[in-house]
Design a protein around this ligand. Sequence first.
Ligand code: CA
Length: 375
Amino acid sequence: MAVERRRFLKGAALGGAAGVAAAASTFPKPAIAQERRDWRMVTSWPPGLPGVGTGAERLAANITSMSEGRITVTVYGGGELVPALGVFDAVSDGTAQLGHDASYYHISKSEGTAFFTAFPWGFTAGEISAWVRYGGGQELWDELYEPFNLQGFLAGNTGTQMFGWFRNEINSLDDLQGLKFRTPGNQAKILTKLGATVVLLPGGEIFPALQSGTIDGAEWIGPYNDLSFGLYQVCPYYYSPGYHEPGAALQMTVNKSEYEALPQDLKDIVRIAAQEAHEDMLSEYSARSGPALRTLVQEHGVQLRLLSTEILDATKTAAEEILQELRDGDDEMTRRIVDGYGAFLNDISPWTRTGEQAYLNSRYNPFSCITNRSI
Ligand code: CA
């Protein structure tokens, strides 16, 4: 019934007898129905990886479905069409029309990219969405990506991450000296300042590198994905807090020329599908991470540890130094992003501290009648 109704409306839109003829005969359909686009989405994620990978697939399927196939999206995992960390370039140069990855993989293009994923000791998941949508972040992001022919959208968030996995305990700054560790973005710079040797590997290469001893430790995301990667098999010590990614946002990039060529309704579908993916992915990570953490501890004997005050204080100092270097640097766009980020953090902090932070600090293990406090 719905299909017949749509056909009728398309026919009617042509007007009068011509419309009836088009709907009822083999005459060519109206031009709008013939504008079909086969788009490729390249991602950084191992194919089918729960969370980021399946979230990208869901996003692609939603665009295909909501556009009724006017845009049909095929998804490629990291390395299938282009290298896992080559998503930015592939979408920029039109090899693919869509990308799903993290902006901070690309600080070699601009230091400003990092702020749209996470900055150490910066925004939580709710705060970065607030900044991008209501605090001027999207406008800065658009300006940053314009020279790369990219349109960026928030398209996922992992929530709070974990500091990472280690073979041995990390009690003091001395324990970081010479440690070979996998992490991206500004966290790589922070740990380098503190004496570690840092490499950026795509997710799929972390476990083999740990197994072979190429790296001593690694951070990836949090319990949900880290469990599926099996990182506990090499590293029994699992550290929090993930101050470096307190709410890591993922991005969908669209080749800007392709995006601008879309009619308005398809632009809306692409944009709103990204927003749905963003919300859905954060919900998925929020739902899955607790049970995954319990499995890691109870079934795999993972040892949870909190970073020492000595290490946390040193990372704050290093993060502040990096921000200052970016503000003093030559890149005017990055300076403006840093300033915009800082202004919004200043605006939102009074409420975060007074509202959510005060609540969470007070909530510790409520409702013992219906919960199990084993972990
Ligand atoms: Ca991470």
